[in-house]
Design a protein around this ligand. Structure first.
Ligand code: FAD
Length: 399
């Protein structure tokens, strides 16, 4: 039976980074990957451009995650500058501090990382199915230490699977969709492709500002997928027990820069002074052109109505809907959920080392952990930082 100091299971960003860090101290590291190549999900990130991290200062950055205290040590142990120093090309920072490789190609990031694996044995097409006593993997090889970096459950075509949560006896929290488009029962066929720019979406007390993209079956775009995290956290379900339907309403503030009162004042004034203007034309000041017909249809007002003919009741209905246009949500579009919420329960993992507090010499890294962030480079940040710390800690224990 082959024997290694450290076996890393899963060749995504977390596993690759763990292997890079571990191989600095140990010459006996094996990376086991189920697919015939590394980093399939990494290649899809940022629409193929790889939003590799987020450049906010660490203290501010941490506030965006579900468990900032757990992540603190890993973020300080492996900073963005440490990450950038691994590559022989530059990165650019775009709006909201999102960082991309200058080439705009995730394949370059994967290649840059893979080039650092020269001291690591890589075994492709190796799906770990069992880990038995003494860290014997698939009855084939043995390791002193194991780093589990098998990811979450979404995008199964990239290699993820629910089965991985049962490879060890480590407690797991509820598993949920994260950063997911939402499905609505509203008929959107006439407006699919329309973007509502810089609106505020809300569910209960959660509010997220950003763009909403309308698809044939529902809503997506940064504001919606970030709101989906709030929805997922708020409702009780567990994907390990079955899928989930939703029955809830979300609101969209289509004019977030105006208060209800400001709109009322403005409309009252404009409806008098511009009485001959058609409602549809007037609303171009507030709404994307291609959304106006749908909007007016939903609020039961005629596009060609002249402003002077809009009565008080209709004016109020107009303003109410501009401030809170609702969609009934019937589900997550789980096939397109970018991340998994939930995973290995952090109460049983040492945040200074990523080692299990229940099973010595077992480490975790990346999305398998109960850690998640919004869209914007935050989730790869988790993968790289926890991966690095897990690899470093496991190899330090080897010495
Ligand atoms: C479409 C899309 C776009 C995204 N864009 C961004 C972005 O721009 N920025 C960002 O920060 N985040 C983004 N994310 C999220 C980010 O990709 C993930 O959070 C990140 O890939 C998690 O890394 P990981 O290494 O933990 O898991 P994964 O990347 O899922 O890697 C896990 C690896 O383990 C392997 N594996 C699984 N089970 C086994 C097994 N039993 N035996 C052996 N190998 C196994 C898998 O094949 C896979 O290679 C995006 C996600 C998606 C789906």
């Amino acid at each position: 039976m082959e024997e290694y100091d450290i076996a890393i299971i899963g060749g995504g960003p977390a596993g690759i980074m763990a292997a890079i860090a571990a191989s600095q101290n140990s010459s006996s590291v094996i990376l086991l990957e189920k697919n015939s190549s590394l980093g399939r999900k990494l290649l899809l990130t940022g629409g193929g451009r790889c939003n590799i991290t987020n450049n906010k200062p660490i203290k501010k950055l941490l506030s965006f995650f579900n468990n900032k205290n757990f992540l603190k040590h890993s973020f300080y142990s492996f900073t963005n500058n440490d990450l950038f120093s691994l590559f022989d090309f530059d990165f650019i920072t775009e709006d909201d501090d999102r960082v991309f490789p200058v080439s705009g190609k995730s394949v370059d990031v994967l290649k840059g990382l893979s080039d650092k694996l020269e001291n690591v044995v890589i075994s492709y097409n190796f799906e770990v199915k069992t880990i038995t006593d003494g860290f014997v993997i698939n009855d084939k090889l043995k390791a002193d230490k194991i780093i589990l970096a098998t990811g979450g459950v979404t995008y199964p075509q990239t290699g993820c699977s629910k089965d991985n949560y049962f490879l060890t006896s480590q407690p797991i929290t509820d598993i949920k969709y994260g950063l997911s488009p939402l499905i609505t029962c509203n008929d959107l066929s006439g407006i699919a492709g329309v973007t509502l720019k810089d609106v505020v979406v809300s569910y209960n007390k959660s509010k997220v500002r950003g763009n909403v993209l309308i698809s044939h079956i529902g809503l997506t775009g940064p504001a919606i997928i970030n709101l989906s995290n709030e929805i997922s956290r708020d409702i009780s379900y567990n994907l390990l027990e079955g899928d989930v339907d939703l029955d809830l309403v979300i609101g969209i503030d289509l004019c977030p820069d105006f208060s209800h009162e400001e709109l009322l004042d403005k409309f009252t004034n404009d409806f008098q002074t511009r009485g001959k203007t058609h409602l549809k034309n007037y609303l171009k000041n507030f709404l994307t052109n291609s959304f106006i017909d749908y909007f007016l249809n939903q609020v039961s007002l005629n596009c060609d109505l002249e402003l002077s003919r809009v009565n008080k009741k209709s004016k109020n209905r107009l303003i109410e809907n501009l401030k809170r246009f609702t969609f009934k949500i019937t589900g997550f579009n789980g096939d397109l959920a970018k991340i998994t919420i939930g995973g290995v329960d952090l109460t049983n993992v040492n945040s200074k080392t990523m080692e299990s507090t229940l099973i010595p010499n077992l480490y975790f890294a990346g999305e398998i952990l109960n850690l998640h962030g919004p869209t914007g480079g935050y989730n790869l940040k988790i993968a790289f930082s926890t991966g690095y710390l897990a690899g470093l800690s496991a190899s330090k224990k080897v010495i």
